[in-house]
Every structure is written in C-alpha cells, then in structure tokens.
Design a binder for this molecule. Structure first.
Ligand code: HEC
Length: 248
C-alpha cells in the first residue's frame, strides 16, 4: 500500500502527457525551417532562367565551354575557394566595387549555371567573380596574354608577384626535356623559376582547363536587378559646371 507513494503519480503523469507536445514542437520547428530555408527559396529562385542581356543581345549567363566546366572541377578539387570568394558585395558593404572586383554587385542570376556554387568563405586572395574580364581582357587580343599570365601565376605565384602567399601548383604542369624546338605553350619563366637548361615547363590539361574556367568568370553585365552604373567621367563634370555657371 505504502509502495505507491514512492513515485508521485502527478509527475509521472505529466511526463507522459507532454511527450506528444514536445514531439509536435520539434516537428513544427523542423518543418517551419524546411519551408523557410528550402521550399521558399526554391520558389523564389528555383525557376530562374537565362535573360537576354541588353548590352550583348545574348542570353546571360551563357553556358560555360566544356573545358571551363572541367576547370571548375579542378578549382573545386584544389580548394581554390578556401582563399577566393566569388561574390561582389553591394555598395555600402565593403569596398569590393572600389577595388575593381566587379562593375556591379553579384546577384542570384549570376550563379544560374554554377553547380555547385563556389562562393567561398574567406578572402585570403582577391575575389575572382570577374577575373575573366579584369586585367585588360575583353578584347580577344588580350586573351593569350591573360592565359600566359594565369599559367605562370599558377605554376608559381611568386614568379609574377614577389611576395604572394598563394600556394604554387607545379603539379599542374610538366617539366620535360626540350625536344628540338621549344613547345609553343612552354611557360616563359625567368630567374629562379626557370627550369634547367634543356628543359621546359608546359601546362598539363588540368592547368589549361583551370585557366579556361578562370577566364569564364565574368559577372558584370548590366541586369535589371543589378544595373551597372557608368563611372563618372570628365564629360559629366564639365556639363555640370556648364549648367551651374549661368546661375551664378
Ligand atoms: C592560401 C590561399 C590561396 C589559395 C589556396 C589560392 N589562392 Fe589564389 N591568391 C591568393 C592570394 C593571397 C593572392 C594575391 C597575390 C597574388 O596575386 O599572387 C591570389 C591571387 C590569385 C589570382 C590573381 C587575382 C588578381 O586579382 O590578381 C588568381 C587568378 C588566383 N589567385 C587563382 C587561384 C586559383 C585558381 C587557385 C586554386 C588552384 C588559388 N588561387 C588558390 C591566395 C590563394
């Protein structure tokens, strides 16, 4: 008779009764976050498609060439995105535009073709969202120079930038004896970076693909949701003065 008083019935009873409530709470919490973080963004962005860019009259973003797609895999496997971001923040959120990393902020549309999106988390090196159109590219004549620059930089960053802390990727290249005339794609290396006499350094397919990917990174076309604001020019300043003068 007295044994029943050891465990008060009330506390045991309330524990049993609250289990469905706790379960319901967890279920509601999980499903709310699933709707909020998976379903709602999918509704908002999942149906995105290419848009025809006014500047070029072409669909944006265009599909990457096959070589650049292979390069994206190398970029991913080498972990380039552990040091490089691919996002230009809007004005008022850092100086990304001031540093010339893009002509406008990046928006969801820019990542339409990226699978997976390699935003990056830390910026040890510069943002690469527009590395395909920075450094004077744009006109096709500049392309060979850019390819040569990127290959040399990847082989050994310090061969182009004295104090670079970026790691070297020599294994994306092959050092081999010159067979007759030097190869056309041999890197032009000087000083301590040059191979021994009679040898040359040529890019392996991985390096060529990686550079094709880098050059495909361009997200500065004017979009309705992120228009490119033309930089102020002298012409505008003169015109402003001209209208201001008569008022004096
Ligand atoms: C440990 C961090 C780190 C990693 C990993 C890294 N980088 Fe860099 N990267 C840097 C730094 C720092 C710079 C700036 C100095 C320089 O130009 O070398 C840079 C510069 C660059 C530049 C020139 C950017 C500009 O605006 O001039 C390119 C292109 C680049 N990296 C591509 C890559 C690629 C491709 C990979 C992967 C194969 C990679 N980086 C891996 C740190 C890194």
């Amino acid at each position: 008779m007295g044994g029943g008083s050891r465990r008060p019935e009330r506390s045991g009873g309330s524990l049993v009764n609250s289990t469905p409530l706790v379960f319901l709470g967890i279920l509601l919490g999980l499903s709310a976050s699933w709707w909020g973080m998976v379903v709602a963004p999918k509704w908002q962005l999942g149906t995105g498609s290419t848009v025809v860019a006014k500047e070029t009259g072409q669909h944006y973003p265009s599909a990457r060439p096959g070589l650049a797609q292979q390069g994206a895999q190398i970029y991913r496997s080498e972990g380039c995105n552990t040091c490089h971001s691919q996002v230009v923040r809007p004005e008022g959120f850092g100086s990304d535009l001031g540093w010339g990393w893009g002509r406008r902020r990046t928006v969801a549309q820019d990542y339409l073709r990226d699978q997976p999106v390699m935003l990056g988390t830390v910026r040890v090196g510069p943002d690469l969202s527009n590395i395909g159109s920075r450094m004077g590219a744009g006109d096709t004549n500049a392309q060979p120079a850019m390819v040569a620059y990127h290959l040399k930089h990847l082989y050994h960053p310090r061969s182009v930038m004295a104090k670079s802390v970026m790691p070297a990727y020599p294994y994306l290249f092959e050092k081999r004896p010159v067979n007759g005339a030097p190869s056309v794609d041999a890197l032009k290396l000087e000083g301590e970076f040059a191979p021994e006499a009679g040898f040359e350094v040529v890019p392996r397919p991985e390096a060529t693909a990686l550079v094709a990917y880098l050059l495909s990174l361009r997200s500065s076309i004017s979009l309705p949701e992120a228009p490119v604001v033309p930089p102020p020019t002298n012409g505008v300043a003169v015109a402003t003065n001209a209208t201001a003068n008569p008022a004096r």
